[in-house]
Write a protein that binds this ligand. Structure first.
Ligand code: B12
Ligand code: SF4
Length: 539
């Protein structure tokens, strides 16, 4: 029997500024519970370490590793957390060369080879990786694990990808019971009404191609679903564990209306008493009045719609367009209201194709749709997204220091927008909040009614003050991280103007192997680089 210690790095720096503090979404994350579930199912031990709510303190981790004596340390990371993941890999190797270090998640999946080059990691999972930690603890050789990037002496080896899982019911049940309970209580009232809260997934993937989105790198292009019975079993288990609310992390739960309805019917049939929300956003064109009513009856109380822009040309330009029109957005919100769901919206400024006029359209549109809250972000090109690749080709990406890729700050340090300067983007970002909230009497009246009805006066007043500080207070900016091994980090062998490696997007269609969409390129130094073959071309 082996032991894994799996780490979610600290969000303190990413969200720690006055801009980010208000929206600090701290709750158990699914990747770690999923990996832990698989490790336990194979008879190994696991310890989940969630640093999201506290500072990164290398000595604290060192102590933990010395106490727990794991055989494997796993780290998950988005791009803003990539440098912490690097530092952790050196820290573990400093304690013992024998502990296997492996990483996965959005950033390593987007840039697997580069992440190996930059770190002391033994291996990286590119894409889905539920069973990798369990396989390694079982003693499986790295060369036999599909999709793995791994270190072989000085060489970085790449294994042929294995394809995405075809039947999500084959996944072990996530080990929610092992998640440190303090994480379940910290989530802000704005995000979840009932506590303890945790995350759950009913489906994986998305078939759309918005240019700012990196979800395909892990979950692939396509849509896969758990059976309604399996979804209900998971909710039932969480109910037994004492959870009272679930945040659904699915890219678009309503992608398949019929299946989503069956899931809700199963919850209703079993009389499950669980609140849940579609916090991650659903597309307006997947809205359906009957489905929304069923969702409400099944415990869902809040949905977020991904509107992004209030201009149809911009929707087209960044790859949404099609059926997700502005008209559809307005109807979708009214459908949700009619069904008794709280409609909320996500918007962005600085999108591909945005101009001053179109950003104003977005603000005007946000005022028009009758939402409960509106969240606006400044578009940031994360590695692994089409927009990052395009901006890089145009020479507009200004840094590959992942510490700059924080959530609510310094996007101007990351890139230059093709047709907008940063002063203008920031102006419209603030204007969005000023006009959509405070310059919107209809909204203010609606919100007051909502707050009184739900008895949320204190929290709304509290967040309004924080919000005002965020918008008009002095910018603190992200705080410096205290890395332990920065001087040892391997440099990134990726120049700003270097040609990018082209990584394939996993395809879920028919659960085909990724082989069919890959071109193999054997390098003289023994490495194998795979490139995506354009749709329609034969491999
Ligand atoms: C829920 C979610 C969050 C949650 C939890 C984050 C988390 N790490 O789980 C919160 C709200 C905190 C969050 C915040 C942010 N997020 Co977010 N988030 C998601 C979302 C919607 C789902 C993630 C999820 O739970 N999926 C289900 C689980 C099972 O899958 P998974 O996490 O990918 O893990 C699997 C594999 O990746 C792999 N794996 C992952 N980790 C590890 C570790 C080991 C050791 C192994 C072996 C395997 C492994 O195995 C797992 C099982 O198959 C994704 C979109 C998506 N579809 O991926 C975006 C996504 C990950 N987020 C993204 C971004 C940009 C952010 C933010 C930067 C900005 C923001 N939106 O506020 C912040 C960053 C916060 C921070 N400090 O890092 C981007 C990442 C792009 C990038 N290159 O980094 C994504 C892809 C969304 C997008 N549209 O582009 N996010
Ligand atoms: S933003 Fe949403 S709809 Fe667009 S590609 Fe990403 S997951 Fe799909």
């Amino acid at each position: 029997m082996g032991k894994a210690l799996v780490i979610n790095p600290s969000y303190f720096r990413t969200y720690g500024s006055n801009e980010g503090g208000i929206a600090f979404p701290v709750y158990p994350i699914l990747s770690l519970s999923a990996i832990a579930g698989a490790v336990k199912a194979r008879g190994h031990e696991v310890k989940i370490v969630d640093l999201s709510y506290r500072r990164y303190e290398p000595d604290h981790i060192r102590q933990l590793i010395l106490e727990e004596k794991p055989d494997l340390v796993g780290v998950t990371a988005t791009t803003p957390l990539a440098n912490q993941m690097r530092d952790l890999s050196y820290l573990v190797k400093d304690i013992s060369e024998d502990i296997i270090t492996v990483a996965g998640g959005a950033h390593p999946s987007a840039l697997p080879f580069e992440t190996m080059q930059q770190s002391a990691l033994d291996a990286i999972v590119c894409g889905e990786g539920d069973f990798v930690a369990a396989d390694l603890l079982d003693g499986k050789s790295m060369s036999d694990i599909a999709g793995l990037y791994w270190r072989d002496g000085e060489e970085i080896r790449v294994n042929q990808p294995g394809g995405l899982m075809s039947n999500l019911d084959d996944l072990p049940i996530p080990a929610w019971e092992d998640y440190p309970v303090e994480c379940n209580e910290r989530v802000t009232k704005i995000i979840a009404r009932h506590r303890p809260v945790t995350t759950i997934e009913f489906s994986r993937g998305c078939v759309f191609k918005c240019d700012f989105c990196g979800s395909k790198n892990t979950m692939g292009l396509g849509y896969r679903k758990k059976s309604p019975e399996r979804c209900a079993d998971e909710v039932e288990l969480l109910q037994r564990l004492g959870y009272r609310e679930l945040v659904l992390v699915d890219d678009i739960f309503t992608s398949d209306n019929n299946w989503a309805a069956q899931v809700c019917e199963e919850f209703i049939r079993r009389d499950l008493d669980m609140a849940w929300t579609c916090t991650n956003g659903i597309r307006v064109d997947s809205a359906n009045p009957e489905l929304f009513s069923l969702m409400k009856r099944a415990g869902c109380y809040r949905v977020y719609f991904g509107f992004e822009s209030g201009n149809d040309q911009v929707l087209q330009a960044f790859g949404k367009g099609g059926k997700a029109t502005l008209e559809k957005g307005i109807t979708a919100v009214e459908m949700a209201r009619e069904a008794g769901l709280e409609p909320n919206g996500f918007f962005m400024v600085g999108l591909t194709g945005d101009t001053e006029e179109t950003m104003q359209d977005t603000i005007d549109y946000a005022k028009k749709v009758r939402l409960e809250t509106m969240k606006c972000g400044m578009t940031t090109p994360f590695p692994g997204t089409p927009s990052f690749n395009a901006l890089r080709e145009q020479g507009r990406i200004k840094t590959l220091d992942w510490d700059q890729y924080t959530v609510y700050n310094s996007a101007e340090n990351i890139y230059d927008h093709p047709n907008l300067d940063w002063a203008t983007i920031k102006k419209y970002f603030k204007k969005f909040y000023a006009e959509a909230y405070f310059g919107n009497p209809a909204y203010m009246f609606r919100r007051l009614k909502f707050v009184l009805k739900n008895n949320e006066i204190f929290w709304n007043a509290y967040y309004t003050v924080k919000f005002l500080v965020m918008l008009w207070g002095k910018e603190k900016g992200p705080q410096e991280e205290q890395y332990a091994f920065e001087e040892k980090w391997r440099p990134l062998d990726l120049k700003l103007d270097a040609e990018l490696r082209d990584y394939p997007v996993p395809q879920a269609k028919g659960a085909a192997s990724r082989k069919s969409v890959l071109k193999e390129d054997k390098k003289p130094d023994g490495r194998t680089i795979y490139s995506a073959v354009p749709e329609g071309a034969s491999s």
